[in-house]
Structure formats: C-alpha cells, structure tokens
Design a binder for this molecule. Structure first.
Ligand code: MRU
Length: 351
C-alpha cells in the first residue's frame, strides 16, 4: 500500500459547508474558502476555484447537499422537495461539461434522492454521508492507482506530465501524480517534467506547487518543449490524467495532451493515462462523442490580466482534447492497468 503521505487535502465537507483550496490564487496564495450555497458551488466549479475531474465530482456531490439545506428552509412537501432538488442536481452538472466524474458523483446523489422514502431530514443526512463517503474513497482509489502505476515507472525515471492530475485535482494524492508519489516513495531518484499547460497554466501554477510542497523534484517546461526533451532522451515516460474515457479507450484530457501523446509515440516513449473507473464513460463508444468545453477567450488573450495580443484577433479556446486510444500504452486504474484492446479490457472490467 502507498507509503507516501501527501500534505494536501483539496476539498472537504465540514460543518455544513464545503471547504476547498481556492485554485485561482496559485501560486501566490494557498488559502481555503468555504462554499455555503448551491449557487456558490456552481460558480466555484465554473470559475475553477475547484478543478480537476475527481475534485469537481466531489464538489458536485457537496453542491447537491448545499441545495438541499437551502430547500429545507422552504417548508416544501417531501415529494416537492425531492423534485426541486433533482432539478438543482441537473443544474449543477451544467457548470462544466467534459469531466464525467461530475455527472457520476451527482448521479449517485440523485439515486439517493429518488430512493429515499422517509423524510427530508433523513434524506439530507444520507446525502451528507454519501458525500463524505465519496470524499474518503477518492483518496483510497488514488493510492491504489498510484501503487499500480508505480510498477511501470522505470528506475530513476523522468516522468512528463501535462496539466495537473495531482492531489489538487482530486481530494488528495492524485491520479497521474499519485503514480509519481507512489513511485517516489520506492525510488527517490525519479523526477517530474511539468508542461506549463496554456492557457490556465495548471502545470506551472499547480503541479509545480504541489510537487515542491511534497519535496518531489520537478522541472517546469513550456508546452512546446516536450518533443525537444524527448528527442534528447530526457523523458522516460508520460503520465497524465483524464476527464472522460470512452469505451474504446479514447481519453479526453486538458488541451495539449494529444500533442504530447503524438510526440511520445514518435519517440517510442510509453504514454500512460491514470484515472479512476469513475472517469470511464461506457455509454459512449468513442472520443468523438465527448463534449469539449469551450472556455472564455480572455484565457487566451491575456496572461495575469495583461493583454498579450492585438485587439480584434479571432480566438478559439477548447479546454480539452481527445487522445486516440492507439497512442495510449496503458490506462492505470484502481483495479489494475488496462492494456489494448481497450474495447475488450474496459468491457471486461465493467462486466
Ligand atoms: O480544466 P481543469 O484544470 O479542470 O482540467 C484538469 C485536467 O485536465 C486533469 O488532467 C483531469 O481532470 C484529470 S485530474 C485527476
């Protein structure tokens, strides 16, 4: 079992509110905020105060509890309360469309709402305990992912990662960075190269911060540099997270991941995706069916609030891309490492 203990806890249900690290403030501040209403949670997910597929899943589950606490004050009948709460649950998942974990966790809360036959108070307690359960399970799942993944990390490896699939993208420990943490516990000679990840700089602002906090060596590179270092033989393995994986293994992750995967294939470097089973969406056959979030143009035209291009330029800002399954060496899950043919290995896992 994972020997590494990370200091970071990203999101937690405490005293009737959701306490989370505000990720918009990195790297200048590491501060917690308390989200106290359902609408505040919707905004926290949309504005990326909380981000990363598993973390926004837990945020969604907490959001349903927050809406329930508000509706409780309206003296509704039990059946009206349930109907209104189901509408709020459907609303909160529209905050970000790509990560399936958000739908997955909110769906679990919806099932509790639909199946509760007692009263409002009991239902709210059930929703709170389920939120807590999902929260605690997330860390355990990530530790298992980390331990399976560590088995394929070569001794002394340099691991390239893109975006942030770390403790700060989950409740704790991380998926891709969970693999790094478990590998580092056995072999402190490994190190990470982190892509800066334009436009939101999750690699520069978040991955470097959490690895430095945990004492794991990390080198920051800009997005265009990965092929250069691969050609020089300085990258041994790529490990990234995912926001949604189709039944054939196509994996959506932060924009730029696909480029890294192509470069890794060309240079014969293993490319791994680390993700919990809750990221696998067996209802879609291929990555073509994944909805890609289109984000604000300001993210591209500005850096730290300062304009970096001419006024009037055209902008397109997809938040994610889809790496075709042919480029993926393995999908590291809490149940082990899936290998191609993914259509078969994924189907077997969900049998
Ligand atoms: O836009 P973000 O920062 O939420 O995107 C996050 C990613 O793309 C992560 O790699 C993914 O959610 C996996 S997190 C374990």
């Amino acid at each position: 079992m994972a020997k590494f203990e990370s200091k970071i806890k990203t999101i937690e249900w405490v005293d009737n509110c959701s306490k989370m690290v505000d990720q918009t403030k990195f790297p200048y501040e590491f501060k917690y905020v308390e989200i106290k209403t359902g609408d505040e949670m919707y905004d926290a997910i949309k504005t990326m105060i909380v981000r990363g597929a598993p973390a926004i899943g837990i945020a969604g589950a907490h959001g349903v509890v927050l809406y329930a606490l508000e509706l409780e004050k309206q003296n509704l009948s039990f059946s009206d309360f349930k109907n209104e709460l189901l509408k709020k649950a459907d609303y909160i998942v529209t905050s970000r469309p790509t990560a399936v974990n958000l739908y997955w966790a909110v769906e679990k809360q919806k099932n509790i709402i639909k199946n509760c036959a007692t009263d409002i108070k009991t239902l709210i307690e059930d929703l709170k305990s389920n939120g807590k359960k999902l929260e605690l399970e997330d860390i355990e799942i990530n530790k298992k992912i980390g331990d399976y993944g560590a088995e394929v990390v070569p001794k002394g490896a340099t691991i390239l990662t893109h975006c942030n699939a770390g403790a700060l993208a989950t409740v704790g420990y991380g998926t891709a960075l969970g693999v790094v943490r478990s590998a580092f516990a056995n072999d402190p000679t490994i190190q990470v190269f982190a892509d800066e990840t334009r436009p939101r700089q999750q690699g520069a602002r978040i991955t470097t911060l959490e690895l430095v906090m945990d004492g794991i060596p990390v080198t920051l590179i800009t997005d265009g540099m990965c092929s250069y270092f691969m050609k020089k033989g300085m990258i041994d393995m790529v490990c990234v997270g995912a926001d949604r994986i189709a039944a054939n293994g196509d994996a959506a992750n932060k924009i730029g991941t696909y480029t890294v995967a192509i470069a890794a294939k060309y240079h014969n470097i293993p490319f791994y995706v680390a993700a919990p089973l809750s990221t696998i969406d067996t209802s879609i056959k291929t990555g073509d069916e994944i909805i890609i979030e289109e984000r604000s143009h300001d993210e591209v035209t500005t850096i730290n609030g300062k304009k970096i291009c001419a006024d009037g330029v055209n902008i397109i800002n997809p938040g994610f891309d889809v790496t075709p399954h042919e480029l993926i060496s393995g999908i590291i899950t809490e149940k082990g490492i899936l290998r191609p043919d993914y259509t078969k290995s994924i189907a077997k896992l969900f049998e």
